[in-house]
Design a protein around this ligand. Sequence first.
Ligand code: 13P
Length: 247
Amino acid sequence: MVAGNWKLNGSREGACSLAREVAASVVTGVDVVVCPVSVHLPEVAEVLKGTDVKLGAQNACAHEGGAYTGEVSSTMLAEFGCDYVIIGHSERRTLFGDTNESCAARHQAVMAAGLTSIFCVGETLEDREAGNTAAVVDAQLQAVFDLGGKQALDGAVVAYEPVWAIGTGVTASPEQAQEVHAHIRGFVAKQDQAAAAKLRILYGGSANPGNAAELFSKPDIDGGLIGGAALKSADFLAVCQAAAVQA
Ligand code: 13P
């Protein structure tokens, strides 16, 4: 699986043409997802209609409705054709005050609405240098289990995005990423073995056409969550092709 996180980029027209370019290339054996800005979702959904490319949102409210200014609910996203929602991206956590608990609540709402959460975890450079990578990732995942029970990640997607690799041009080495991905699968297995076995764990953080194949060759790396390289269709499609080779 390869998902493009377009973050806060693009115009109405630009989002539609990027989606059109991605959808024009068939990538067999890989689930391809694009996640535009929420106001672009309805039009991008129209572009993707009848194609194999799936639509995702970048966040969702923990609540169905009510006095939550500025939020969008999972049911609303589903109504506009979303299948996936990115939850707990490090930019939400560091810039917009999301906590392990609020991310878990958002995740639960996404799954309850029948959508698939792409639940992001990852450590800062400071955490890694202090030897705390596993503890940080465990706490992020544990909050999901604490709220939703042992099966809370069943059918979900987890994205490992080391904060120090996001938008920096510094990628985790395939070995560094594999180590954390294997740890994540093991941590989930302690709660739910079946869910862990089928769990798709994506790597994110300066992934691009030059490093994707090597990352995806690792046994616990099941695809990528792509930022910068997802904004150019040729680069994004090259990353998708790298995943197709492994599929
Ligand atoms: P970059 O690929 O730009 O490093 O961003 C990764 C990311 O944050 C995807 O969610």
